[in-house]
Design a binder for this molecule. Structure first.
Ligand code: SF4
Length: 207
């Protein structure tokens, strides 16, 4: 049986109270969004134990979750998301993919390197970068935005975690935890060990 992934060390960078007021995460405009969270085999087992239907996962060895139509609004929801309370029903055991956010693990634009960055679509992080109103970003490249020191330190912890032996082994089995390039993400770290691991495992398994 695969070992469970350790929880990402360090603080969750976005305070929970802010998350509960926000309407970005856990909701998806399209049913087949590439950003639907990916669950490893162990994470699927935990999610099912905590009440998520097994049918939400097309492949129990590891897969992106099947989203459901929003009961009142437009678009789609993760089935673990409660639109009334705005809470994740499996928050304590949410998958690595969700723990990472608002950091993002993705291929770079040339699909040569795996990188860690932060998502400028997260309103809280954008505010921390001094850009409260996205309109002010007109003409500004995401790469020109910078985060305060505490966030950069947490990004370094996350990068170290992702390149630890145990997590590398897991990512080699589940390469779809790495998303395709996202233009809204500001790249912070190039993950050379992870890139080499995925290249040597010769996996072309992509979202
Ligand atoms: S598992 Fe939880 S945190 Fe992740 S997308 Fe679903 S509701 Fe959101």
């Amino acid at each position: 049986m695969p070992q469970a992934l350790p929880v990402i060390p360090g603080p969750q960078v976005v305070p929970s109270a802010v998350c509960f007021r926000c309407d970005v995460c856990c909701r998806f405009p399209e049913q087949d969004s590439i950003l639907r969270p990916y669950f490893t085999e162990g994470e699927i087992r935990q999610a099912v134990t905590h009440g998520i239907s097994p049918s939400s996962f097309p492949d129990h060895r590891g897969s992106q979750i099947e989203v459901v139509r929003h009961p009142k609004g437009e678009g789609f929801l993760c089935p673990a998301f409660d639109p009334v309370t705005q809470h994740c029903r499996i928050y304590e055991t949410r998958p690595l993919d969700c723990q990472l956010y608002p950091f993002a693990l993705m291929w770079n634009a040339q699909h040569e390197k795996v990188v860690l960055g932060w998502d400028t679509l997260c309103p809280f992080l954008l505010e921390q970068a001094g850009e409260e109103n996205p309109l002010r970003r007109a003409g500004l490249e995401p790469s020109e935005l910078t985060l305060p020191k505490a966030f950069m330190e947490q990004a370094q912890r996350v990068a170290n975690y992702l390149e630890s032996d145990h997590v590398l082994n897991c990512l080699a089995i589940h390469p779809r935890l790495v998303t395709p390039f996202q233009p809204d993400v500001v790249v912070l770290h190039t993950l050379d060990r992870l890139t080499a691991t995925l290249r040597s495992s010769n996996s072309h398994d992509m979202r």
